[in-house]
Design a binder for this molecule. Structure first.
Ligand code: NAD
Ligand code: ZN
Length: 352
């Protein structure tokens, strides 16, 4: 039997850029004809949510804003056009809340590039509330044998790094350097890379992140705070000293974006995924040419990437490293994130 849907719910609301966050009751919305309403049980907290609150990017957010885009829950209401999802199914709300499905990008399954993409927790309300709406076509289908609490971070961090690894072209037996490896995206990237047969050099700061990344299977750890010569240390961590075949930049600070082309291997690929405020990449033209380096951006993933990233999790290849607290404690999570003190991810339990 379908669960009753309340008229009001708890949510974390930012009335303006910079906050403060207000934990309060707001109305539950009704889904439109092509939408579903999901009772969000758990939501991961991504660094993107903090960028949104700070207004870090040259893209305006909705106001007032309910953030969040790693929401896992249960479908409780369907729009009149929806046929392939049932009430009671497990489903996930991800960053891409909906797209036009008609433009040339959507037609070629590059939905994140759709000019009309609605972004959860940014241009539409997201998952820091108990009931969230998303376009049915884009809702992540979560198999019933998955745990909703631990799968939540897969819905952004997992999909994004899985896609980034594919974009990097790195192959089994080769090496990837993951910059920001102890954070939310990075801790997932270590595991997806391992599951794909790729060796991992983890780069982050501090002992907690060393311990986490080594537990997740990284072969080497380079501490960016302690290292006196990062380029030398990362190259030295590869078998022949020539550097990693690919670099995934998933840090939320600018500095590492200035260095990656110095240690990536000739013919290697640097994949840019972190989105620090007002940041620029830096690469020597000479080195980029004579090393034949590729530099590319990678932005979340499409619906197929979503299904594949979830399947890695369902098969047990990915053990999400997370801590749980209540939705009411979101500010505490942001405070820790700001200081770079979160190893892995925080997941919010929306019932608390
Ligand atoms: P996080 O805060 O959990 O992790 C960032 C990690 O980077 C931390 O562990 C921190 O210690 C580490 N770090 C900071 N400076 C570093 C340095 N100089 N060298 C190495 N490591 C360093 O953040 P997150 O949730 O993993 O998100 C990371 C970034 O990715 C954010 O900017 C976020 O907006 C962005 N993001 C991009 C996409 C995309 O589609 N491209 C998707 C999701 C998130
Ligand atoms: Zn995210």
């Amino acid at each position: 039997m379908a669960e009753p849907i309340p008229t009001e719910q708890w949510a974390q609301v930012a009335e303006q850029i910079g906050g403060p966050l207000i934990y309060k009751k707001i109305p539950v919305q009704q889904p439109g004809p092509d939408e579903v309403l999901i009772h969000i049980k758990y939501s991961g907290v991504c660094h993107t949510d903090l960028h949104a609150l700070h207004g870090d990017w040259p893209l305006k957010t909705k106001k007032p804003l309910v953030g969040g885009h790693e929401g896992a829950g249960i479908v409780v209401a369907l729009g009149s056009l929806i046929e392939d999802i049932q009430i009671g199914d497990y489903a996930g709300v991800k960053w891409i809340n909906g797209t036009c499905l008609l433009c040339s990008f959507c037609q070629q399954s590059d939905e994140p590039l759709c000019a009309k993409a609605a972004l959860s927790g940014y241009t539409v309300d997201g998952t820091f509330q108990q009931y969230c709406i998303a376009k049915a076509a884009h809702v992540a289908r979560i198999p019933k044998d998955c745990n909703l609490e631990s799968i939540a971070p897969v819905l952004c961090a997992g999909i994004t790094v899985y896609k980034g690894l594919k974009e990097s072209g790195v192959r089994p037996g080769q090496t990837v350097a993951i910059v920001g490896a102890g954070g939310g995206l990075g801790s997932m990237a270590c595991q997806y890379a391992k599951a794909m047969g790729v060796q991992v050099i983890a780069i982050d700061g501090g002992e907690e992140k060393r311990a986490l990344t080594s537990q997740l299977g990284a072969e080497t750890y380079v501490d960016y705070i302690r290292s006196e010569n990062l380029v030398r240390d990362i190259k030295a961590a590869t078998e022949d000293g020539l550097g990693p075949h690919a670099v995934l930049l998933v840090a939320a600070s600018e500095r590492p974006f200035q260095q990656a082309t110095e240690y990536v291997r000739p013919r290697g690929t640097v994949v840019v995924m972190g989105l620090p405020a007002s940041a620029y990449l830096r690469a020597s033209v000479f080195e980029s040419v004579i090393k034949m380096i590729s530099i590319k951006g990678s932005y979340v993933g499409n619906r197929r990437d979503t299904a594949e990233a979830i399947e890695f999790f369902r098969r047990g290849c990915i053990k999400v490293s997370y801590k749980t607290c209540g939705l009411s404690e979101l500010q505490k999570v942001y405070d820790l994130m700001e200081k770079g003190k979160i190893a892995g991810r925080y997941v919010l339990d929306t019932s608390k």
